[in-house]
Write a protein that binds this ligand. Structure first.
Ligand code: AMP
Length: 402
């Protein structure tokens, strides 16, 4: 898989789909610039080659055309700062004469940011005419927006059709794809998938795919209780999805056939209320009293899970082990995070993906101590489910070779 490092962009106007969907506060200040910082190496590489960068992104979910709140103009000054103070030009429209003129006037070594793509409905509809119009702005296409690669939008996928032989991935995309490949296709064994979070229904397809790949699947979080109940346990008022009982039973049976070990919590930290100051007791997961709910895996489970993680050589983690946002129910998640860090220090490859497990790893300050933290939770999970993504396929279909 080639990326921007494999090409020389001298004299080229490179149209880059970045993910600048950053959170802004009420005065339009950026409150977390992680996504912008992630795109800098790709932009720098092209500028160092003496190419020009035309950046396109969406920001937020504007409903009806141009909206001040969602204007990418709020990002210009900070982008300039991240690029060491070079001036960043801004086109107040990503279409029409404004965009065309700004792109035509752009000189080598310069950066142009286009206004929010989602000010046009055609973007999310994947409209070919809109994509073709965008494509006219540059002579090479780079996709570096992993966070939106699971969408077949005009700028993330459809546009690539107009760049046959003139497209490749940026560093963010190739980093993510290499990491997924390492876990799904070239895993050192044992491979352990840690699955948590609230609902089984969100994770069924992923569990089905991971069973074909993993040696161990650790299940925690609210989703564990549907499994416990399916096996005949009493779970009090813990999270439960009755309609998912057949799925849970099917997963347990298939795992047995495939020789995959599924690990379910044996004990849980239970509360009489969904609150940090609720009354708390540790219960066996199959015997939770009426009126109580499991909000974290218990200490015995945490110990067992840490032991499985310790002997793993590849780890994929999605979803917290409990309600880690509340201090009384964070121990299971923190313990799993510590075990992942220790395994990584022992040579395991660890990929953390999916919003809340990333939030957990960040909360405990471990993001630099795991192998890879995915920037696109939704995209990562969809990749695991489907085995490909529209934004990835679009670049791989007739990519640049020299
Ligand atoms: P997800 O987005 O599916 O990964 O779910 C993450 C959310 O699940 C977090 O906000 C957790 O607080 C919540 N969660 C984890 N374990 C439990 C539990 N045992 N009961 C209720 N919510 C939970």
């Amino acid at each position: 898989m080639k990326n921007v490092a494999d090409f020389n962009f001298a004299g080229k106007k490179v149209l880059i789909r970045v993910d600048f969907n950053v959170p802004l506060n009420d005065t339009f200040a950026i409150t977390d610039d992680t996504r912008m910082r992630a795109a800098i190496p790709t932009i720098r590489k092209i500028l160092n080659d003496r190419g020009a960068c035309i950046l396109m992104s969406h920001l937020g979910r504007p409903k009806e055309g141009p909206t001040e709140k969602y204007s990418l103009k709020h990002l210009v000054a900070h982008l300039s700062h991240l690029l060491g103070g070079i001036s960043v030009k801004f086109a107040s429209d990503c279409m029409g004469e404004t965009a065309q003129k700004a792109a035509t006037d752009l000189q080598q070594g310069e950066v142009l940011l286009l206004e929010n793509l989602r000010f046009y409905k055609q973007e999310e509809k994947g409209d070919p005419a809109f994509a073709q119009e965008l494509a006219k702005l540059g002579d090479f296409y780079v996709n570096d927006a992993f966070g939106t690669a699971h969408r077949a939008h005009a700028s993330t996928a459809i546009i690539a059709d107009y760049f046959a032989g003139k497209k490749c991935f940026g560093f963010v995309m190739s980093g993510e794809l290499n990491s997924i490949d390492k876990v799904l296709n070239n895993a050192a064994r044992p491979f352990t998938a840690i699955m948590g979070g609230a609902k089984v229904s969100d994770k069924i397809l992923i569990l089905e795919q991971l069973m074909k790949k993993a040696d161990h699947i650790i299940i925690g979080g609210g989703m564990a209780f549907t499994f416990i109940k399916a096996m005949g346990g009493t779970i009090g008022k813990s999270l439960f999805e009755e309609d998912r009982i057949p799925n849970a039973l099917n997963i347990l049976e298939t795992a047995k056939k495939l020789g995959v070990q599924i690990h379910l919590p044996v004990d849980a930290v239970c509360a009489d209320n969904f609150a940090n100051d609720a009354n708390i007791q540790t219960c066996a997961t199959h015997a939770i009293p009426d009126g109580w709910m499991g909000l974290d895996v218990g200490p015995e489970t945490a110990k067992q899970y840490a032991a499985v993680i310790a002997q793993s050589k590849t780890i994929l983690w999605n979803g917290p082990m409990g309600v880690f946002e509340m201090s009384n129910f964070e121990h299971g998640t923190k313990s799993a995070a510590e075990a992942v860090v220790a395994a990584t220090q022992n040579g395991a490859y660890s990929l953390i993906g999916g919003g809340d497990s990333v939030a957990a790893v960040n909360k405990y300050g471990f993001s630099e101590q795991v192998s890879y933290v995915s920037t696109g939770g939704g995209a990562l999970l969809e990749y695991i489910e489907a085995g490909s993504l529209p934004g990835v396929d679009a670049v791989n279909n007739n990519p640049a070779t020299h």
